[in-house]
Structure formats: C-alpha cells, structure tokens
Design a binder for this molecule. Structure first.
Ligand SMILES: [Fe+2]
Length: 292
C-alpha cells in the first residue's frame, strides 16, 4: 500500500527541548492525504507547536489547512479582514504587538483548540513569536502547588488589564482596536488545571485574560498567578521562532501560551491567524468551565 511511501517523507524534526518541531514532507498548498492529516494532528498534540516552512499560502489555502485540525471559527468580537471568512489579522500598530503571555481567547468557555498562523510581512529584525509549554509547567510544580492548582479556578475576561492602555492616550488606532475587542464583554471561569482531551496531560490555564482567582482576594490572586505563570514562562520552558517568508506555525492552544515581543521598532509586522473550535475544558475531577 501507499502508506509506507507517503509516510517515509513525513518527518518531525524536534527544534526545542520542551516543545516545538519543524515538520517536513507537507505542501499545504496541495490537497493533503489522510496520512498527512493524521501526521499533522499527532505531531501537534505531541510537540505543542509545529512549524511548516516555505508554504506561501493564500487566505483560501490557509483556511483549508485549518480544517485539518477542526472547524474554523470567527473571533467573537473582531471582524475578519475583507475577502476572508475566518481570518484574524495581526498587524503591528506603531510598533506594538501582543507582548504579553496568553492563550488565545480564554475568555470564552470553549476557547480555540488550535491556532494556525502565517507570516505575511516580517520586520527586518525582531518580531519573533515565543511559545511556552503549559503541561511541562504543571509537571514542574512541587506537589503542594500542584494540589492548589488542581483545586483552583480562574476568571478570564476580554476586559482584562492590557498593556495597550499605556499607549491609548496617544494612539487612536490602538484605542479603536481595544474598543472593538471589548464590544461585548465575556467572563469565563476555567479550572487552573485542565485535562487535555487527546493526551490526558494536565496543563495550566492562565495567561493575560485572567482577572482573578475564584475565592481569593486580588492581592492573593495576583501573588499566586505570578507563581504559576513564572513556571510557564521560564525561558527553558519556551521556544522562540524567528519568522521567515512563507512560514506557518500551528499551536495546540490547550497546552501552550505565547508572546510576541515588541522589538521591531516602527517596522511593519503582519501575520494572519485562523483558530479552530475547541471543547470546554474539564478539570481533574471532571468539572467543566462555565460563563458568569
Ligand atoms: Fe495570541
């Protein structure tokens, strides 16, 4: 059968210690075989973030690739750019990027399973994206902290304390984006530890949309958040990707956080993202996230 023939060219090259692999043997401009689709899904769960190089996809090909991982969904508040159905545009505004650690859209209960990001315009320097493994972060916790995390619930909202505020007074365009982003306010309570539906791994669900910990004072919640979040963002627990033309990055949004350093001055940086529908997280006791 053709199975051996197809899979012998499919290679996952590990490029980070805790997460990250470059996948070879995939041309996402073409229709993918079932073997290729299975390979992509398997390696995504295993490596948490996978990279496909020299793809040069258009919007339609990007959407088709996203369907390999699930059902593409719209951002709940931001409209897609003209001519696309599901795309979320990440365009630098006055040198700004999403320079704070987060998991995409965790203010929704069923936040995305995965995000598929492609580079359109890369600045001459900087403009990398960094991912962190939230499962190894959980594993690294000492037992008493694991027990605390297992029992804790965090409140996530799109009306969070963003560092965009620093620039709001000066930059109208950033204010307009912020206004659209919060045109409808969502608040969701997620367990601090979720069980991955495919791998069974436990991982921390935190990041910049967290506005509090259920039952804790703001002071205590901030202190605890910082302790847990530091395990996630420890440098050894991350991988940095230096974008090249045509690159695509796909991450498991259930077991990672990411960060885009604003280190490219006023240069243009433009990427497009499509997210695919996720499930509602389940904690270690089988309890689900919920809206408030
Ligand atoms: Fe993001």
């Amino acid at each position: 059968m053709s199975e051996t023939l197809n899979t012998e060219h499919l290679v996952a090259e590990k490029v980070g210690s805790r997460l990250g692999a470059v996948l070879h043997g995939i041309d996402a401009k073409k229709d993918l075989t079932e073997d290729q689709k299975e390979f992509l899904n398997k390696e995504l769960v295993k490596n948490k973030v996978i990279f496909l190089k020299k793809q040069f996809l258009d919007d339609a090909q990007h959407e088709r690739l996203s369907r390999v991982f699930g059902e593409p969904i719209l951002h709940p508040t931001i409209a897609p750019p003209q001519g696309t159905k599901y795309t979320f545009e990440l365009k630098s505004r006055y040198g700004r990027s999403t320079d704070s650690w987060h998991t995409d859209v965790t203010f929704m209960t069923n936040y995305p399973k995965a995000s598929i990001l492609r580079a359109l315009h890369i600045p001459p320097y900087g403009g990398t994206t960094i991912w962190a493994n939230t499962a190894t972060a959980y594993e690294a916790l000492p037992a008493p902290l694991k027990a605390l995390a297992d029992a804790a619930w965090a409140i996530h909202s799109n009306d969070y304390d963003t560092n965009y505020y620093k620039f709001d007074s000066r930059k109208e365009e950033i204010s307009a984006f912020r206004k659209e982003f919060t045109s409808q306010i969502y608040k969701t309570v997620h367990p601090v530890v979720r069980v991955h539906p495919d791998s069974g791994e436990k991982s921390l669900v935190l990041g910049h949309f967290v506005i509090g910990l259920d039952g804790f004072s703001t002071k205590d919640a901030n202190a605890l958040f910082e302790i847990f979040q530091n395990y996630i963002t420890e440098i050894e627990n991350t991988i940095t990707w230096r974008w090249e033309p045509g690159d695509v990055a796909i991450w498991d949004n259930r077991s990672t956080q990411h960060y885009a350093p604003a280190d490219f001055d006023q240069h243009r940086r433009e990427l497009r993202r499509i997210t695919v529908k996720g499930d509602i997280p389940i904690n270690v006791d089988g309890k689900k996230s919920y809206y408030i």
